[in-house]
Write a protein that binds this ligand. Structure first.
Ligand SMILES: O=P(O)(O)OC[C@H]1O[C@H](O[C@H]2O[C@H](CO)[C@@H](O)[C@H](O)[C@H]2O)[C@H](O)[C@@H](O)[C@@H]1O
Ligand code: MG
Length: 270
């Protein structure tokens, strides 16, 4: 696809529909990458309150089979959480924003937790004890501090996480997301995970298409585009996050998934 074919301002318009119809019709040509929260499933008040629609795991099982295994999740969630909620139907997963990765062959790669992570975790716990409504999600190699129910705490949470990252000699990184600030082991992101998949079968030689909703997906968008692929923003303008196209919401992404598991006839749109 040339840049001229892209319309960075077109949310859910004819061009993205035509492009997705092409993707669905050519499963041997494309590799599909999906963010989870805000992309495949709707944002909920707390991390555990999300609903994975009952049909989705089976659709992903069929999608992965139809695309020859070249389907991956790229998420901030842990591998264990993703397997639990999606019945482990997708083998290729870049979890924790890329610092935990399971290849399509099933090999798991994880960064070593830096020495300072435990102390940072304790600092977070004692600070948050004084901030009712702020929620700590401990993910092992990363700690997410959520302030969705107390947005007025956002600035202090962001500052705490930024300070801990700044004092870690590069071992830890701050990653702001949707009503959350994460402190995570440095060394990888969604872009490096996407590239690692593209260097391996069955992703090798395919054009990547990455669906994501957040600024934390921008590294993945950039990597997909650098490899001749396409980035699709969900629920925000494509221009805002460096994507090519935009879809309005997870419903539209799930509609693509449902359609892509069934062959698309020529001239149809998704
Ligand atoms: O990369 P993703 O798959 O999009 O995961 C990003 C983070 O998603 C979760 O937090 C977000 O979703 C929650 C549930 O809807 C919401 O309550 C929270 O405000 C959002 O930030 C998850 O809890 C994090 O661990 C992920 O990193
Ligand atoms: Mg997301």
């Amino acid at each position: 696809m040339s840049l001229d074919d892209r319309d960075a301002h077109d949310i859910g318009g004819a061009r993205v529909s035509a492009f997705l119809a092409r993707v669905a019709a050519e499963p041997q040509r494309y590799a599909l990458f999906f963010d989870i929260d805000g992309t495949l499933i709707e944002i909920a008040p707390t991390p555990d309150a999300v609903v994975v629609p009952a049909a989705l795991p089976d659709q992903f099982r069929r999608l992965a089979r139809r695309f020859g295994g070249a389907v991956a999740f790229l998420s901030g969630r842990t591998l264990a959480w993703i397997d639990r909620r999606f019945d482990a139907v997708v083998t290729a997963v870049g979890a924790l924003h890329g610092i935990e990765r399971r290849t399509a062959a099933g090999t798991i790669e994880r960064r070593v937790p830096p020495a300072g992570l435990d102390l940072a975790r304790r600092t977070i716990d004692s600070a948050v004890a004084a901030w009712p409504g702020v929620l700590v999600e401990d993910k092992g190699l990363a700690v997410a501090v959520h302030y969705r129910s107390v947005p007025e705490r956002g600035a202090v949470v962001d500052r705490l996480i930024a300070d801990l990252a700044a004092g870690s000699d590069g071992a830890l990184e701050a990653l702001p997301g949707k009503a959350v600030a994460e402190l995570r082991t440095a060394g990888a992101h969604k872009g490096t995970a996407l590239e690692a998949f593209l260097a391996e079968r069955p992703f090798l030689g395919r054009l990547p298409v990455f669906f994501g909703d957040d600024v934390t997906d921008q590294d993945g968008f950039a990597a997909a585009r650098m490899h001749g692929g396409v980035a699709i923003a969900v629920g925000r303008s494509a221009r805002e996050v460096g994507a090519d196209f935009a879809l309005p919401d997870p419903v539209a992404v799930r509609a693509f998934v449902a359609r892509a598991v069934a062959p698309v006839r020529e001239g149809e749109t998704v």
